[in-house]
Design a protein. Structure first.
Length: 362
């Protein structure tokens, strides 16, 4: 295993792989900028799952975006094999000098063995197959006090490059179409940039969510202060159900000048464009929270069992709200004893979240 610094001046083409969820992919974007800084002459490609493409497309440091479709496995053995072969052929044609693998996904080890780059780096992981696949290793994320962005950038530190502060920005590019769509949508509903609060209370993981009645109470209190509320959620049955519960729990008197529900109506790019225009974003530990932070919007992030130091809003004015009465958090569990219900969230008072909102709105 070679742990010496590599000559970045000799790197012509790099592949960065991040086969994870949307938020994980977005938090890997500083690696793209940093590698371009280390080797400005090189082309930087990325390999991600097809559904996470919007997190990276349009990034200024990116040359090409390659994808793995999770639905390939539903095509049958032959068609899946053909799809995998086409991907491998496309990657081989790029003749990468360096592969940066940002997870312990086993595909990364196989890819490096088949692509045979001069250098490759991955998190240190168990097994001789893994150990024999890469030339360099960096520590796996084991410190809950350290942010995921820094852990991703350890891949470059292992290669001998220390990222500069300006490399560490998380970047998402909404694009002209998404920008125009949101401008028109806000104009249609009489909303101006910086004059509304974006609330995204849902997550694909229900144990990360704050109870609907508390979300509703917060919306009412913010509305009483004159703030229009824009609600969003993914096009998912569980998330729709949470939003419906929020709507049903709101007070009969609607004090807000506007209460706009856009649940399931926006693409990820449009969600980013919306968040960029909000005065404040309020949400739980989820990809939309990371998107809002990437767009530079002041962020109130509600955390339960997940670690806020590891996954909190990055490089943006923010308030993390978490229970002070549960020394067991962050436990990393899917609810208390696997119940899918997190007591550190169900008991989190509305007043604590409202105070955080008022601090950032001041």
């Amino acid at each position: 295993m070679n742990m010496q610094a590599i000559p970045f001046g000799e790197v012509r083409r790099v592949l960065v792989t991040k086969l994870r969820h949307h938020g994980d992919v977005l938090l890997a974007t500083p690696v793209l900028a940093a590698i371009k800084h280390a080797a400005p002459q090189c082309e930087v490609d990325a390999l991600v799952y097809a559904d996470t493409v919007p997190m990276l497309s349009g990034h200024p440091a990116l040359a090409r975006l390659q994808t793995v479709d999770r639905n390939w496995k539903r095509l049958g053995v032959w068609r899946q094999a053909m799809a995998e072969w086409r991907l491998l052929s496309a990657l081989r044609a790029r003749r990468y000098d360096l592969v940066i693998h940002l997870s312990v996904h086993r595909r990364g080890a196989w890819l490096v063995r088949m692509l045979r780059p001069r250098w490759s780096v991955a998190p240190r992981y168990k097994g001789s197959f893994w150990a024999g696949s890469f030339t360099h290793f960096y520590p796996t994320q084991s410190n809950p006090q350290r942010h995921t962005v820094e852990s991703n950038l350890d891949s470059l530190r292992a290669l001998g490059f220390e990222p500069a502060p300006e490399d560490k920005r998380v970047v998402m590019v909404p694009g002209a179409d998404a920008e125009a769509c949101i401008e028109a949508l806000l104009a249609q509903h009489g909303l101006a940039t910086g004059k509304f609060i974006h609330v995204h209370p849902a997550s694909r993981w229900i144990f990360k969510c704050w109870p609907a009645e508390r979300v509703a109470a917060l919306c009412d209190l913010l509305a009483e202060r004159g703030w229009p509320i824009v609600l969003t959620a993914a096009p998912d049955k569980k998330e729709y159900a949470l939003i419906e519960a929020v709507r049903n729990a709101r007070s009969a008197v609607q004090p807000a000048p506007t209460f706009l529900d856009l649940s399931g109506q926006l693409s990820l790019k449009e969600l980013a464009a919306l968040a960029a225009r909000a005065r404040l974003f309020v949400g739980v530990d989820s990809a939309p929270m990371h998107i809002a932070a990437a767009m530079g919007t002041p962020t109130v992030a509600i955390f339960g069992p997940s670690g806020d130091r590891e996954w909190g809003p990055w490089n943006v004015v923010s308030c993390v709200v978490a229970s002070q009465d549960h020394p067991c958090r962050p436990c990393g569990q899917d609810g208390c004893e696997g119940s899918k219900i997190s007591a550190c969230l169900t008991t989190l008072p509305v007043s604590q979240v409202l105070t955080a909102c008022e601090e950032l709105l001041a």
